[in-house]
Design a protein around this ligand. Structure first.
Ligand SMILES: NC(=O)c1ccc[n+]([C@@H]2O[C@H](COP(=O)([O-])OP(=O)(O)OC[C@H]3O[C@@H](n4cnc5c(N)ncnc54)[C@H](OP(=O)(O)O)[C@@H]3O)[C@@H](O)[C@H]2O)c1
Length: 296
């Protein structure tokens, strides 16, 4: 299969690249992976997207890891965020349909408002409370409209990795600079190590169910197992990394941000386990694994 991965410089794109280009990738059947970044395929430009696909051979699978992910800045750049997270997805879906390619779209826990106290199921009512979440949901909906079959939407949460910027790396930096820090304790979710999500996506791509043509487009939830607050997550990061920094719990109200945050981001993952037999490891185990790479 010819598999296109967008967002090659992002956390997830680099994690997929890492797997297919290391020893682990040897276990995968041979596929041709093409990784593209903003330079080759700029999702903020309709003509860049058309131009790229006009010049490329057809793909069998498109994994769209690129997105506008700066949640707070998104509040000020609504037009750009909507273009990248929604309108570009509409265009990609049209192209995928034309090429008879499968499309995998990565979405977010932020499509929910976080008011429920239960882990969110794929069928729960969406109600995004910030611009980023609204545009990601618009991306999901347009994809479902254009590709009622042959696409997959994977919602994930609290992504981190050894690549790029993320909460784990920010905590390690602050922990070295300061004696104590304040971290929000009333937002609960499940961290997701990007390598685990990348492995899950690659498992899906190899799955016989996925390869079947004409399957109804589905939404799946994927994160690491277990739940935690940002405060407890920060404490665990410092514990594993042996960083001597006191963590003080604060409330969301005490830490105002331009974009509203959901209080509950927990995703129910039964469906992805049932359909693809994907089991995500516990967030603490994945954090330990990731920190070995981040700290070294
Ligand atoms: N991070 C999270 O906590 C989180 C949580 C839930 C869901 N997700 C979703 O998971 C997916 C992967 O996230 P991630 O953490 O890997 O994101 P990331 O590290 O921020 O990477 C996103 C990538 O998208 C690229 N991009 C942004 N605008 C673009 C444009 N106009 N044209 C082409 N590429 C563009 C960026 O390119 P540059 O490197 O050139 O800037 C970057 O490499 C995204 O769909 C995201 O919405 C993330």
């Amino acid at each position: 299969m010819r598999i296109l991965v967008t967002g090659k410089n992002g956390q997830l794109g680099r994690s997929i690249y890492k797997i297919v280009n290391t020893a682990n990738g040897d276990n995968l059947p041979p596929n041709e992976f093409i990784f593209v970044g903003r330079e080759e395929l700029d999702l903020s430009s309709e003509s860049s997207i058309s131009h790229y696909f006009d010049r490329s051979n057809k793909f069998d699978v498109i994994i769209n890891c690129a997105a506008y992910t700066a949640v707070d800045k998104a509040e000020e750049e609504q037009e750009l965020v909507n273009q990248v997270n929604h309108l570009a997805v509409k265009q990609l879906a049209g192209i995928a349909k034309e090429q008879k390619a499968k499309l995998i779209y990565i979405s977010t826990d932020y499509v929910f408002d976080g008011a429920s106290n239960k882990p969110y199921k794929e069928t729960d009512t969406t109600n995004p409370i910030n611009v980023y979440g609204k545009t990601k949901l618009a991306g999901e909906k347009t994809l479902q409209e254009i590709m009622p079959t042959d696409a997959i939407i994977i919602r994930t949460s609290w992504l981190y990795s050894e690549f790029g910027n993320n909460f784990v790396k920010t905590m390690l930096r602050l922990g070295k600079e300061r004696d104590e820090i304040n971290v929000v304790s009333d937002q609960i979710g499940s961290p997701t190590y990007a390598t685990d999500l990348a492995n899950a996506i690659l498992d899906i791509v190899q799955n016989i169910e996925f390869k079947e043509v004409g399957q109804e487009t589905q939404v799946y939830h994927y994160s690491n197992a277990g739940k935690v607050s940002w405060y407890d997550f920060a404490k665990e990061i410092f514990k594993i990394a042996e960083v001597d920094c006191k963590v003080n719990p604060i409330t969301t109200q005490q830490y105002p941000t331009p974009a509203k945050r959901a209080l509950n981001s927990k995703l129910n993952q039964k469906k992805i386990h049932q359909v693809f037999e994907i089991n995500s490891g516990h967030w603490k185990d994945s954090l330990t694994q990731a920190l070995q790479l981040i700290i070294k």
